[in-house]
Write a protein that binds this ligand. Structure first.
Ligand SMILES: [Zn+2]
Ligand SMILES: [Zn+2]
Length: 245
């Protein structure tokens, strides 16, 4: 289920930006004719992308081959790739997008993803993108699933299908950001349910989420998806927290 973006909210947003020229949310410089709202070009161009080398499985940076954790316990997905670090301009942009409902940022964030995606993660080779679902209560409060909006923007350019109903989040949880690492892992167990096994069976799936912190959410979602016998599951996230605690 995907609710329509709130048109009134967007119109209001545009009107306010017009009446009160904004400051960059990162460096506080007065915004002029920038390519994006809310963040100046200098800050946007300063996004800290994740460059090779990284763990071939979990994508943790500054690692050759497999990291120690993946060597001991391989993750449930084939590989996880992330675009950039969750800091500065990207952190502000995701915050504005997700919590302040500036949905106009979905497009530039999706463009950023496609421009900087790892060479070994070719979107068109998957059968579909599966955005990590949010609970329907949170969907009602927020009005949208940020991962679905990103996936829809990626789909507009690549033509890939976006599947939002196969996996559902049927139990609402405390926000993961309020918990420590161990609590996150326990908090997430059993929250997802497979609703359309036939959609997933024999498919190559790219699971998409906005921010990777401890990975507890994506691991749990992937684990549940395997119950429907897909061929392959990889994970793509827009941002990766610097110090996952
Ligand atoms: Zn700035
Ligand atoms: Zn690893």
């Amino acid at each position: 289920m995907q609710l329509r973006p709130n048109i009134l909210q967007q119109t209001l947003e545009t009107a306010i930006t017009f009446l009160y020229p904004a400051q960059c949310r990162v460096c506080e410089k007065q915004l002029g004719l920038e390519s994006l709202p809310y963040v100046c070009d200098a800050c946007w161009n300063d996004i800290h992308f994740i460059e090779p080398s990284w763990c071939e499985m979990c994508g943790i940076p500054n690692t050759e081959g497999r990291c120690d954790a993946c060597a001991i316990t391989p993750p449930p997905y084939g590989k996880l790739r992330t675009i950039a670090y969750y800091e500065a301009a990207l952190q502000q942009a995701i915050h504005l997008f997700k919590f302040e409902k500036r949905t106009s940022l979905a497009k530039p964030l999706a463009q950023l993803t496609m421009e900087h995606i790892a060479d070994d993660c070719n979107i068109v080779e998957y059968d579909f993108i599966l955005p990590i679902p949010i609970h329907k209560k949170r969907l009602r409060e927020r009005g949208f699933n940020q991962a679905t909006l990103l996936a829809n923007e990626i789909a507009k350019t690549t033509g890939i299908q976006v599947v939002t109903d196969a996996l559902v989040r049927y139990r609402n949880t405390s926000p993961q950001s309020s918990l420590d690492r161990d609590a996150r892992q326990t908090n997430i167990i059993g929250v997802f349910e497979l609703q359309q096994e036939e959609v997933v069976r024999n498919k190559r799936i790219l699971v998409l989420d906005d921010v990777y912190t401890t990975g507890a959410t994506v691991r749990e979602a992937v684990k549940i998806l395997w119950n429907a016998d897909p061929i392959e599951i990889d994970v793509l996230t827009l941002a990766r927290a610097l110090d996952p605690e």
